[in-house]
Design a protein around this ligand. Structure first.
Ligand SMILES: *Cc1c(COP(=O)(O)O)cnc(C)c1O
Length: 225
């Protein structure tokens, strides 16, 4: 199936309240354009340099999301244009995003990444450290970032019950924050969870943003020959 056909299929498949982030990392601008021409406007990248290069080349109405581990010294490369950063995994990172966004007089939307997987090498706040951070004054003071929700990655496993349990916990934590710290805050509404191998479970468990890469782009090279 072509990239365009995949996008159209997903549009009809995904529930209305779930939006698609097409993860184009490692795929060329032409592949992004194929998805764009099929109507896709939200794209996700996980390297600052690659994201900046694609932003330069591609249509300006694309909404760029940064989804990977972000080094503090790379924020300046994406701060002028990035729409949402999904991967805020420490107070220091949020502080620096806020500082760089201020330089451009922008408000960058961010999601706090929560560590839900069993793997140690995944990033993110624990629910405890996240609560502690949010109850401090620091987070409330930032004028150039807006906390719009949470992001999480499940353990990479075939054990569907394990994945469901992790997404379920993340959703519970999201609801907890929504009814307490973010009560009445309409911006706090995104739950970014679900990738190619686990997105149906993530949708069942309340995802609002699914991040699909291989599902859309994997056969790109084969289609060219
Ligand atoms: C690469 C990546 C994705 C997309 O993964 P697929 O399995 O290709 O759908 C989603 N989220 C993050 C954080 C990623 O780095």
């Amino acid at each position: 199936m072509s990239i365009g056909a995949k996008i159209r299929q997903l549009k009809s498949l995904l529930p209305e309240e779930v939006r698609l982030v097409a993860v184009s990392k490692l795929h060329p601008p032409e592949a992004v354009m194929e998805a764009y021409e099929a109507g896709q406007r939200i794209f996700g990248e996980s390297r600052a340099q690659e994201l900046a290069a694609k932003h330069n080349l591609l249509p300006k109405d694309i909404e760029w999301h940064f989804i990977g581990p972000l080094q503090r010294n790379k924020i300046k490369d994406i701060a002028p244009f990035v729409h949402t950063i999904h991967s805020i995994d420490s107070p220091a990172l949020l502080q620096e995003v806020n500082r760089q966004a201020a330089k451009h007089d922008r408000v960058i939307r961010v999601l706090l990444e929560i560590h839900i997987a069993m793997e140690e090498n995944k990033h993110g706040f624990t629910p405890q450290s996240c609560r502690a951070f949010l109850s401090g004054e620091e987070a409330a003071d930032y004028r150039n970032t807006r906390i719009c929700g949470l992001m999480g990655m499940a353990t990479f496993t075939d054990d569907k019950e394990q994945i469901r349990k992790e997404f379920h916990q993340l959703h519970d934590f999201f609801e907890e924050l929504k009814s307490a710290r973010f009560k009445g805050d309409e911006d706090f509404r995104e739950l970014s969870m679900g990738m190619t191998n686990d997105y149906p479970i993530a949708i069942d468990e309340g995802s609002t943003l699914v991040r699909l890469g291989s599902y859309i782009f994997n056969h790109y090279k084969c289609n060219q020959t």
